[in-house]
Design a protein around this ligand. Structure first.
Ligand code: AMP
Ligand code: MG
Length: 431
């Protein structure tokens, strides 16, 4: 039996960053940039107005006030997206809309609010633009002007290779005209359930059988963290059936199986792994999730596919995924931070971690009250009780050596989610 930390280290040492691919920017959300992005031009490209108003020479407004307005001649009108062909000279103004380029000669913009333009509405056929405008307040040079390059300067590095593309990065890429971008590709993760008792959803359920829920929760986890699930379905508990199904998954970047790794007579995953590949380890000092096989399969093409043999119990397989598969996927995607946020929270109840020394990942609900975090368990903690995952937003992280945590003591919790109980479809969430 090895520790959680050692298991994670060994799994991570088997996986490496995947190759880059070129993608339309809108499809690259959440992926890691595989090139450096340099601005081909400045943004904004030209000085432009931050307000609707009149572009003027600031000097023309010297001394203007409501009691002694300065009258200027309006020589044109300009909407965003157009260039004014003429020039603003002393004593003249151009009526101008937010985003329009500052006309030649102008160095400031007087907002409508500081003029006598009564209704600040676009001129209609009935209401032509006024030929003269009275300015009620002196403006400084540069007032209400957005400078060319104030956002991004031409030649500047806008995004570094390794950046994770969030909506803001996607927007920045579009603002410099990029239609596609080089990113690390997403891992394809094959997901396979094993067990004679399993039935595919949509089929009738004979007595003694259960529906295969693991393929659904695991494929959803793959998708949630940015991978592409390849669903292989259910393999029966024979070496032949399992080997045939596993071969279908050997074009993936990683293979996940669930069940068949404990000590039961029909637990064939280890046998197949030993025959077709190599086993690195098969038990981890954690609860839930002690039986966890890790190794790799060899393909005919000479590739090694990492294989995580997750436990069959639905909670154990999800918790083991969170602890081991998620970091491996993030590493393959080129991300550099694999950890979950860990908080310190005050236990609302007594938590027991007796038996052989194992790290305890109980399902729990973390809430905040007066600036402090509190943690309660979601109820019964059996590793077959999948509804405990529905009710949880976090896992306790109680160290191997600690047998009892008393109510009121502080423990570490690993956040899975920041949402609140009302969103989870269960009334068990917060007691
Ligand atoms: P095993 O590791 O094969 O002994 O399975 C442990 C427990 O997990 C058993 O109660 C199985 O019925 C259950 N189990 C295994 N695979 C699945 C699955 N795909 N979906 C739901 N429960 C499962
Ligand atoms: Mg089984």
């Amino acid at each position: 039996m090895i520790s959680v930390d050692e298991a994670l280290e060994r799994i991570l040492s088997y996986v490496s960053v995947l190759e880059p691919e070129e993608k339309p920017v809108l499809d690259a959300l959440g992926q890691v940039l595989a090139e450096e992005i340099v601005a081909p031009f400045s943004i904004p490209p030209l000085d432009n107005t931050a307000m609707d108003g009149y572009a003027v020479q600031a000097a023309s407004t010297a001394g203007a006030s409501p009691s002694s307005p300065v009258e200027l001649q309006v020589v044109g009108e300009l909407a965003a997206g157009y260039i004014f062909e003429g020039e603003v000279t002393p004593g003249t103004a151009v009526r101008i809309m937010t985003g329009a380029a500052i006309p030649q000669g102008a160095d400031a913009v007087v907002p409508f609010e500081e003029t006598d333009e009564a209704a600040h509405e676009a001129p209609t056929a009935a209401r032509r633009i006024q030929e003269r405008v009275r300015v009620l307040k002196e403006v400084r040079r540069g007032a209400n002007v957005r400078r060319a390059g104030e956002d991004i300067r031409e030649g500047e590095r806008v995004l570094a290779a390794g950046a994770v593309l969030r909506p803001a990065e996607i927007g920045v890429l579009a603002s410099i005209g990029r239609a596609s971008v080089r990113v690390i590709r997403r891992p394809v993760v094959a997901v396979l359930s094993t067990g004679d008792e399993l039935v595919e959803v949509g089929e009738p359920l004979p007595p003694g059988r259960i529906y295969d829920s693991n393929v659904y929760s695991l494929a959803s986890l793959v998708q949630r963290y940015g991978g592409i699930p390849k669903v292989l379905g259910i393999a029966r508990d024979t070496v032949e059936a399992l080997t045939a199904k596993i071969r279908q998954g050997l074009d993936a970047d990683m293979l996940l199986t669930s069940a068949g790794v404990s000590r039961g007579d029909y637990d064939v995953v280890k046998d197949v792994l030993a025959r077709e590949g190599e086993i690195d380890f098969w038990t981890v000092a954690m609860k839930p999730g002690k039986p966890l096989a890790f190794g790799c399969f060899h393909t005919s093409g000479g590739r090694r596919i990492p294989h995580v043999g997750l436990p069959g119990n639905p909670v154990s397989s999800m918790v083991s995924f969170e602890l081991f598969v998620r970091p491996a996927m993030l590493k393959m995607m080129g991300k550099r931070h694999w950890g979950r946020p860990i908080l310190r929270a005050i236990a609302r109840e007594r938590i027991v971690n007796r038996g052989e020394p194992r790290r305890l990942f109980n399902r729990c609900v973390v809430t905040e009250e007066d600036g402090r975090y509190y943690v309660s368990l979601t109820g019964p903690q059996g590793s077959g009780i999948l509804s405990s995952m529905v009710a949880a937003n976090a896992l306790t992280v109680i160290p191997e050596g600690v047998e009892v945590v008393e109510a009121g003591e502080e423990i570490e919790v690993m956040m899975l989610d920041w949402s609140h109980g009302e969103e989870w479809g269960t009334d068990r969430a917060i007691s």
